[in-house]
Write a protein that binds this ligand. Structure first.
Ligand code: GUN
Ligand code: ZN
Length: 480
């Protein structure tokens, strides 16, 4: 919890709509001790804020902490990573030429299994939380491992460090695809372990102020159908969110067809989405990672069920999975956010994921076969995502994906203060940097419009531009 009322002053930028950023210049935002935004006052400098805003809020001048955005700085909503594997962080960048299924066997399962060593888990989890916060990730939907104590430790560490998180104990019991030393003994054992982790997280944070559990079947090929069904029932019983992977890679899709024939699932077809639907796992609180190769029929089913998609462009490129056509999903009304998918993705930065989303959307255009625009004709160019759209996905889209759109993702009264102070480099008349702030690779000469500065941040920014980060009003990172 934040300890003091806070007043933030300067420029605030957030998404107003999918393709529109709003620039709130000379604005004051008040945040109370609970971390909630109590006022957004435009045309307000520090003097006016102290003379009129503070008295209105009943806050005493001396008891308020004031944070001002300097020249070249702005407040932006914290990023939401809708898909990240905390235990895989040490493998970020290590994937060679592998593709999904051999990558899981070679790199991923051995590392995840080794994190039942709690000292190792603590080391890895402490680092990934620190690293993501330093890149402005205020909320993450984490996959942990099958190990309950290590999963609970991840929840404890997020809570203590102040990162908002959904924590999923990974379920996998299919002997054909899971190694003997890293799988649940049975569907019942998987369910019991999941319940144990849910109970721990609920004790830690009973009202989900910061941390909440998320039901996590790894992906269909890792689970027997009875386990998928039991997890679907658990989700219905607890009203908890669900996260899993879908249609990331063609070999994976073929595997699903082999493992889940209609005779097993009773589904109308043998599609991947149909398997999840038959198990009751396709709900309005389901986060589906990837969705690269969904058929039109599957996309329509996902849209009907209100399930959400975590787009992970960096991972899809690194593992050679394919290029997701995000515009098609958005056009169907499917809510999308961004995921780093560490360590299928090599970068823990959501800003990097936003950049990758923009790039991949361009590659989709080069690849041809355009999405029908409004059902008629072709307009390939429409598949391109703008900088504004990528930033929407990174914040408001992500918030909706994880069911937190009423709490985070933009600056408005009643929302919680999950935010980052972004600082760009300011170039002086002599060509040297002004001041001692490190602007990283983003050099602003002063003649650029604010939309152009934001574009420079998206294309060239990194954690050097992430100066301060708050979650629920609490300062959780300050760049040294
Ligand atoms: N599918 C099943 N497990 C995983 C995983 O850990 N990462 C990715 N990218 N895809 C998966
Ligand atoms: Zn993943």
């Amino acid at each position: 919890m934040a300890t003091k009322n806070k007043l933030f002053l300067g420029l605030f930028i957030h998404s107003k709509a999918l393709n529109e950023l709003e620039y709130l210049h000379d604005t004051a935002v008040g945040v109370d001790k609970e971390g909630k935004i109590t006022i957004v006052e435009r045309d307000c400098d520090e003097k006016k804020a102290r003379e009129t805003v503070l008295p209105r809020l009943g806050w005493k001048d001396a008891e308020v902490e004031v944070v001002k955005a300097k020249e070249g700085q702005f407040f932006f909503p914290g990023f939401i990573d809708t898909h990240i594997h905390a235990p895989q962080y040490p493998n970020a960048g290590i994937f060679g030429n592998s593709t999904l299924l051999d990558w899981l066997d070679t790199y991923t399962f051995p590392l995840e299994a080794s994190l039942s060593d709690l000292a190792k888990a603590r080391r890895v989890y402490t680092r990934v939380i620190h690293k993501t916060l330093s890149h402005g990730t205020t909320c993450a939907a984490y996959y942990a491992t099958i190990d309950v104590p290590a999963t609970n430790l991840l929840a404890d560490l997020c809570y203590a460090r102040g990162q908002r998180a959904l924590i999923g104990r990974v379920c996998m019991n299919e002997p054909y695809t899971s190694p003997t030393n890293y799988r649940d003994e049975s569907a019942e054992a998987s369910l019991a372990a999941t319940r144990a982790s849910i109970a721990h997280i609920r004790t830690l944070d009973p009202t989900h102020t910061l941390i909440q559990p998320i039901i996590t079947p790894r992906f269909a090929p890792s689970c027997t159908f009875p386990l998928l069904v039991q997890l679907g029932a658990l989700a219905a019983e607890t009203a908890l969110p669900i996260q899993t992977h879908i249609s990331e890679n063609r070999a994976e899709i073929a595997l699903v067809k082999t493992l889940f024939p209609r005779a097993v699932t009773g589904a109308a077809d043998d599609s991947y989405a149909g398997v999840y639907d038959a198990a009751g796992l396709l709900t309005g609180r389901t986060v589906l990672a990837h969705a690269v190769h969904l058929t039109a029929g599957e996309a329509a089913l996902v849209a009907r069920r209100g399930a959400k998609v975590s787009h992970c462009p960096g991972s899809n490129t690194a593992l050679g999975s394919g290029a997701a056509r995000v515009r098609r999903l958005l056009d169907r009304g499917i809510v999308c956010g961004l995921g780093t998918d560490v360590s299928g993705g090599f970068s823990p930065s959501v800003l990097e994921a936003a950049r990758a989303a923009v790039m991949v959307s361009r590659h989709v255009v080069f690849m041809g076969e355009a999405a029908p625009a409004g059902g008629v004709g072709e307009d390939r160019e429409r598949e391109k995502l703008s900088v504004e759209e990528a930033l929407f996905l990174a914040t408001r889209g992500g918030a909706e994906v994880v069911g937190l759109e009423e709490r985070v993702g933009r600056f408005a009264v009643g929302m919680e203060w999950d935010a980052q102070l972004v600082g760009l480099g300011v170039v002086g008349e002599d060509g040297d940097a002004v001041g001692d702030e490190d602007g990283g690779d983003v050099d602003v000469f002063g003649w650029e419009t604010w939309p152009d500065r934001v574009a420079k941040w998206v294309y060239n920014g990194d954690d050097r531009n992430t100066k301060m980060v708050w979650v629920k009003g609490r300062l959780v990172h300050a760049r040294k």
